[in-house]
Write a protein that binds this ligand. Structure first.
Ligand SMILES: [Zn+2]
Length: 228
């Protein structure tokens, strides 16, 4: 019962953990998608700027053709040079953005595929956990009913001693004796005491840890063979 209760309590924690991990992967993908969209917006904006700049240069060239003085001509040329410099700067930035965009695009595609797999496996684990919990709960209910019947058949003093030991040792109130030793606390039983436990005439507790002791005599190979 203690093991079942522990598992029932542990499963939701496990599910919460894998859901949290999934959530963080979704957030990372969203961030990459947002960065990719921003990258594309920036490129579009720069392309648009360049178009406008080129139009402006054409117009300046037309005006330059009609320049009356050398000074006037030079002024147009300066303006054109300036705008061309702007266009080159934008082109450089567009190239940078394209390189970044390739990496981001790769990340997004990879994360997208991985995330689909992860979602599937999280769903599968959740389903498994639900089924496991339902089975554990059913088994626990059956054991509780069995326990109630067993407790009803015990002398009241024995039942209350059992409860006390169980509480003290966090769930397990009985221990097997093997080779004269309490397997729970490792105390070596006094030979006389061990004999009493082996006889099994009365309920006995470990003199060290207080757990109820039980003894399973070793099975003789010949006896086992006869039983078959
Ligand atoms: Zn003991």
């Amino acid at each position: 019962m203690a093991a079942l209760e522990k598992e029932i309590a542990t499963l939701p924690k496990h599910i919460a953990q894998i859901e949290k991990t999934l959530e963080s992967h979704i957030r990372r993908l969203d961030a990459d998608r947002a960065a990719l969209a921003a990258n594309q917006r920036d490129r579009k904006k720069l392309d648009g700027d360049n178009q406008l700049h080129n139009q402006k240069i054409s117009k300046l060239r037309e005006q330059m053709a009609g320049a009356k003085t050398n000074e006037h001509y030079k002024a147009f040329q300066n303006e054109i040079d300036f705008i061309e410099k702007e266009i080159r700067k934008a082109d450089d930035r567009i190239l940078e953005l394209m390189t970044e965009s390739e990496a981001l695009d790769g990340n997004v595609k990879k994360a997208d595929a991985a995330l689909a797999e992860e979602k599937k496996s999280v769903e599968a684990e959740k389903k498994q956990a639900r089924e496991r919990t339902a089975a554990d709960q059913a088994q626990l209910d059956a054991l509780r009913a069995e326990r109630t019947t067993a407790v009803a058949g015990l002398p009241r003093a024995t039942a209350s001693t059992y409860e006390r030991i169980k509480k003290k040792w966090n769930g397990v109130a009985i221990a097997e004796v093997e080779a004269g030793r309490c397997t729970a606390c490792q105390l070596m039983l006094r030979p006389q005491y061990f004999q009493e436990v082996r006889k099994g005439d009365q309920l006995m507790t470990c003199e060290n840890c207080g757990r109820f002791l039980y003894y399973n005599p070793p099975i003789q190979v010949e006896d086992a063979a006869k039983a078959v």
